[in-house]
Design a protein around this ligand. Structure first.
Ligand code: NZQ
Ligand code: ZN
Length: 394
């Protein structure tokens, strides 16, 4: 049965070669007078993208300031630095150049500048909700997080290792520019971590015990198969434009709610378990998801068996005869094989971490707190379940 839903994706998408050259013109449409460019380390400088964007802003006589140095698993101190800079310069529009980390930082700064008298971290602690947000846009250079069209942003308080998400339609970007050519410089590990993340955004919505629609399942299964096929191509042929384009567009569709319409909002426990891992160990988000998913899947599959069987058959192409449990297990095993095929881990040891029991308990306790009472749909997890899933993933 289809549950009620509201589908709201206001982000304008400019997709394809050379679109980055129009950045200034597109921003002008929003009446922006003072833009802050937010970017990461060196990748956008090395590729020449940053220079092209600066030129395009100058061509439109748009004043801009710059905040570089955003790191993966982006930090709260960088957000505060951006808010100070924005107050000083009168920033009225945020343009992120990069991936989820730069976009999420830009979203957090946009919240902070729109309500300058309040501490932005309160949003991520969920002690208040945002009333306003400045407009955010992006020029995307990595297909992964889906932040370019999503309502989410994820920030880490580096002092405590707390990685927290805040979701609000106010921060959905007004536009995004996606030229797949710029993703060709990604290291293979980042490309494939991105593919895992993209798939997981749809899988989190697929493995649920509440509501679904045939059209949503068909979109989800098509997206998953397309990303798997092209992730394998990119592992050996990173310059393949068509494969880059398929994955890049899938990245937005996977996390703009399209593949969750009609269900109960999804499970999202692999994500919540992983956020504690990347908060504590600074691992790459997508690789962390690959490392935790098989353990989560085996732990919950009997509570959501029909969906696991459907996934095994329709996505992983499992045709063996057997009980539903055996077919579901074959689907999970096939996913582990796929992770290995594209150089991704399928457990914590392969991810390169070995948390002792104390750290596992700490992650489970933090995860429980961050969930605020919503601990899954495929199976509703307790803190002990989380400890078991982390431990089984070792
Ligand atoms: O800093 P630079 O030099 O740009 O290097 C980055 C970074 O090291 C590099 N990179 C990006 N584009 C490149 C490139 N290197 C070469 N060529 C290019 N074209 O890739 C590395 C990863 O960048 P990052 O922005 O961190 O990647 P991603 O897009 O995977 O974002 C990850 C963050 O997003 C959060 C994750 O938890 C993590 O903090 N997420 C955000 C979501 C959201 N806002 O909706 C949802 C996701 O589930 C996720 O949690
Ligand atoms: Zn993700």
């Amino acid at each position: 049965m289809a549950y009620n839903f509201t589908y709201y994706v206001p982000t304008k998408v400019y997709f394809g070669r050379k679109e980055e050259r129009n950045t200034g013109r597109y921003i002008r449409e929003y009446g922006a007078k003072n833009v802050m460019l937010v970017y990461g380390g060196n990748s956008a400088k090395r590729s020449g993208l940053l220079d092209l964007i600066r030129q395009s802003l100058r061509d439109e006589n748009i004043v801009f300031s710059e905040l570089g140095g955003v790191v993966s698993n982006p930090r709260l101190d960088k957000v505060y630095e951006g808010i100070r800079l924005g107050k000083k310069n009168g920033t009225d529009f945020l343009l992120a150049v990069g991936g989820g980390s730069s976009i999420d930082t830009a979203k957090a700064i946009a919240y902070g500048l729109a309500e300058p008298e309040k501490d932005v971290w309160e949003l991520y602690e969920h002690t208040r909700t945002a009333q306003k947000c400045l407009p955010v846009a992006s020029v995307l250079t990595i297909a992964a997080a889906g932040s370019e069209t999503s309502k989410g942003s994820v920030i880490t308080d580096e002092k405590t290792g707390s990685k927290r998400a805040y979701d609000d339609n106010l921060a959905r970007p007004v536009f995004t520019i996606m030229n797949p050519e710029y993703t060709m410089t990604l290291p293979d590990y980042q490309t494939e971590s991105g593919c895992v993340d993209i798939m997981m955004h749809t899988m989190e919505r697929y493995f649920t015990n509440g509501g679904n629609m045939e059209i949503t399942d068909a979109l989800a299964e098509g997206l998953l198969k397309t990303v798997m096929k092209n992730a394998v191509i990119l592992h050996t042929d990173p310059q393949n434009y068509n494969a880059r384009a398929e994955v890049m567009w899938a990245g937005s569709l996977a996390h703009n709610d399209l593949t969750g319409c009609g269900n109960d909002g999804g499970d999202f426990m692999s994500h919540k378990l992983e956020h504690e891992m990347s908060g504590m160990f600074d691992v790459t988000h997508g690789a962390g998801l690959a490392a935790i998913w098989p353990s989560w899947a085996r732990y919950v599959k009997s509570n959501c068996l029909e969906r696991f069987v459907r996934y095994a058959k329709n996505v992983m192409g499992i045709s063996v005869k057997g009980t539903d449990d055996e077919i579901a297990e074959a689907g999970i095993k096939a996913m582990e094989d796929f992770y290995h095929q594209i150089g991704m881990p399928a457990n914590l040891a392969e991810l390169g971490i070995d948390p002792p029991d104390e750290q596992i308990k700490e992650m489970a306790s933090r995860c429980m707190a961050a969930c605020e009472g919503r601990t899954g749909s495929a199976k509703v997890l307790t803190e002990n379940d989380m400890i078991r899933i982390y431990t089984d993933a070792k």
